[in-house]
Design a protein. Structure first.
Ligand code: WTA
Length: 634
């Protein structure tokens, strides 16, 4: 299967084709997949409602495209190499045939548990092969999976279950992450108490700790699958049937369920995988993301397996049991492609080069970066010390909403520049607009990054609330999909992503809405009000800075205690990833006359810059700015 680009001129040619005639271009790519019935029409769309449909009336099952399409040739090829948290636990190699059988068996198991096409299933699992099995088993029977990162709290899990009305949760007794274990089952127990829709909880045994099982509701994975046939006929899906929901943070309110559908997601993610990484059949691909995020969905699970690739899946953390663990795993499994986030690169860079010395890293061919802007220094370090100056870096820009990579170099083909995601991939039509929505044409421009034409894997809706999808992405700038990111297009037409322009903070590559974190802080009984902003952080990219107003009864000697209990509250409400890095107690927040918090000022102070606060005379309470500056030590 190939629409593979081999040269820069090839890219330029294909790109022009994809813009001049998108339907023909994508039909040509899509034809290489196995469709039970071909589509009647390639594309229908408008960005007003919005309504986006690709490969209309095409019938398929994405898992048939992973398994049946490959089984004659790839049955004995390794699909997944699983590396445990503990290096003494043997790695597991699962062939395509073995994975196929596990998926078939678990698909039948789900059916036995009364899961039907269209039902929602929550997956709350550690990074173990069963997570992939569970996702693909859902896809096999047409159930819609929603994977929840297993670092989220019970409360976050409850919200997600209730938002999509899930019938089943698939979890484990516990998970290993470095030296710690996490009690996943008891978190699920707490979460499910407030979820009426849940009928069954399937529990995989990983840590063997004692857990309580609710009779009639909870069932062990090994009991549920015992004696169940591995043969399962895939459900026939429409191209536009939902494949999965993935919750992500926005600038307002609770996380929203981004919906991806079957046909377009399949075609686009596989196409981008093959081209961006210049994948070859003998390659070993390692993406370090958790499958709870879109990067894990698209580039650990779906795209590589659709390509018949061998993927490495790692359960643990970069620095356990020693600081060279990532590099050890690369040598051990002869990884050719390593795809990680700038925050991990910076954290490893901070440890110096000693941890790298024992390892040759000679199997590496391509390095990838994703999740946040990569600063020039981290890029150079990655290039020199990990890629040894010979591996191209693909800085891939994309989002949960886009399903696949949108702006990225093609490895070894597109000339790179540190910190630039470079050029749009085929079919992607980025535009930069000013705040009024005027397109800034030509090069050397900077503004809001939008996309003006649909590509096959873009989100279709937000689950249960289409209006929210329209409002969030399609109403800011008429006729355009708004990414929420700022970008610069330089003199060569290269894109540099500047970060979010909305109230979303990107902490270690994780998206968090400021409102979400504020709501969590405000749950603390002694907090009256709070305002959260991002600030530059050496390792995390952005850190969380919280300004907090406490109840007037609180005296300053209690601040230290309250800080700690705010951290506990946030961990409980969202999860540890949302814990503020800095908390400053203040007596008020700068507000406009209409009562809106002036975040611009708070951002500046959090950055340590007290000089360029702009005009503050129009504030309702300008005097508060001086107090905050002083408390921040400025
Ligand atoms: C940011 C992750 C700069 C961006 C795939 C985007 C990036 C958000 C890059 C989406 C990159 C992702 N350079 N910024 N290469 N990749 N981002 O939904 O702000 O978790 O909007 O998807 O991460 O985060 P999400």
């Amino acid at each position: 299967m190939s629409n593979k680009i081999h040269s820069l001129s090839g890219y330029l040619y294909e790109y022009q084709k994809s813009i001049a005639n998108p339907e023909e271009f994508w039909a040509d790519v899509a034809e290489r997949f196995y469709w039970r019935k071909s589509w009647d029409k390639v594309l229908e769309w408008n960005f007003e409602e919005p309504k986006i449909q690709w490969f209309i009336n095409g019938k398929l099952n994405i898992t048939e495209n992973i398994f049946e399409r490959h089984l004659f040739t790839l049955a004995n090829k390794t699909a997944i190499i699983w590396e445990a948290n503990d290096p003494n636990e043997p790695a597991i190699h699962l062939t395509y045939k073995q994975l196929y059988e596990k998926v078939g068996q678990f698909a039948n198991t789900l059916k036995n548990l009364n899961v039907q096409k269209g039902d929602r299933v929550i997956i709350y699992l550690p990074m173990i092969p069963e997570a992939v099995v569970a996702m693909l088993a859902c896809a096999r029977i047409g159930a819609i999976h929603s994977v929840v990162f297993a670092g989220f709290s019970a409360n976050s899990l409850t919200d997600r279950i209730n938002d999509c009305g899930a019938k089943v949760v698939i979890t484990a007794d516990g998970s290993y992450r470095g030296a710690k274990t996490f009690p996943l089952k008891s978190i699920v127990d707490e979460a499910v108490e407030k979820c009426k829709s849940i009928e069954k909880v399937v529990v995989f045994q990983r840590t063997h700790e004692t857990v309580s099982m609710v009779a009639g509701r909870d069932i062990w994975w090994h009991d549920a699958t015992a004696g169940v046939s591995t043969h399962n006929e895939a459900e026939e899906m429409d191209s536009e049937d939902m494949l999965f929901i993935l919750y992500t943070s926005g600038s307002t309110g609770k996380p929203k369920g981004v919906v991806h559908t079957t046909g377009g997601y399949m075609v686009y993610t596989q196409y981008t995988f093959e081209n961006v990484f210049q994948y070859k059949p003998e390659d070993i691909f390692w993406c370090t993301a958790d499958i709870g995020w879109i990067t894990g969905h698209s580039y650990i699970v779906y795209a590589p397996l659709l390509s018949g690739a061998t993927v490495v899946m790692y359960e643990g953390v970069p620095t356990y049991p020693h600081n060279g663990r990532f590099w050890e795993v690369i040598d051990k499994h002869k990884v050719t492609h390593f795809y990680t986030a700038p925050t991990a690169i910076r954290a490893l860079e901070a440890l110096g080069t000693d941890p790298i010395q024992p390892y040759s890293l000679k199997s590496l061919k391509v390095l990838g970066s994703v999740g946040e802007p990569i600063n020039v220094e981290a890029w150079q370090w990655y290039h020199t010390h990990i890629g040894k100056g010979r591996c191209p870096i693909v800085d891939t820009w994309w989002q949960t909403e886009t399903g696949g990579m949108l702006i990225s170099p093609l490895a070894g083909i597109t000339p790179t520049k540190p910190s630039f995601a470079t050029l749009p991939l085929c079919g992607v039509q980025p535009v930069i607009v000013d705040d009024k929505g005027n397109e800034l044409k030509g090069n050397n421009v900077e503004g809001n990054l939008c996309i003006k034409f649909p590509f096959p894997s873009m989100l279709r809706t937000t689950y249960g609330d289409h209006e929210r999808c329209r409002q969030t992405y399609f109403s800011t700038f008429k006729g355009l999909y708004f990414t929420g990111d700022g970008a610069r297009r330089d003199e060569d037409g290269y894109y540099r992503i500047l970060g979010r322009v909305d109230d979303v903070i990107n902490v270690s590559g994780h998206r968090l809405g400021t409102a979400e974190v504020e709501n969590a802080i405000n749950e603390h009984p002694l907090v009256i009000e709070s305002a959260v902003v991002g600030y530059p952080h050496d390792i995390k990219g952005q850190g969380i800075f919280a300004y907090v107003i406490c109840d007037s009864s609180v005296t300053p000697d209690r601040y230290e205690n309250i800080k700690n209990s705010i951290l506990i509250t946030v961990t409980k409400v969202i999860g540890a990833i949302a814990k503020p890095d800095k908390i400053l107690f203040v007596s008020g927040l700068p507000k406009t006359r209409s009562g809106k918090i002036m975040r611009r000022i708070l951002r500046k102070i959090a950055e340590g810059d007290a000089n360029n606060l702009g005009d503050i005379t129009t504030l309702l309470n300008p005097e508060i700015v001086e107090e905050i500056k002083q408390k921040a030590g400025l």
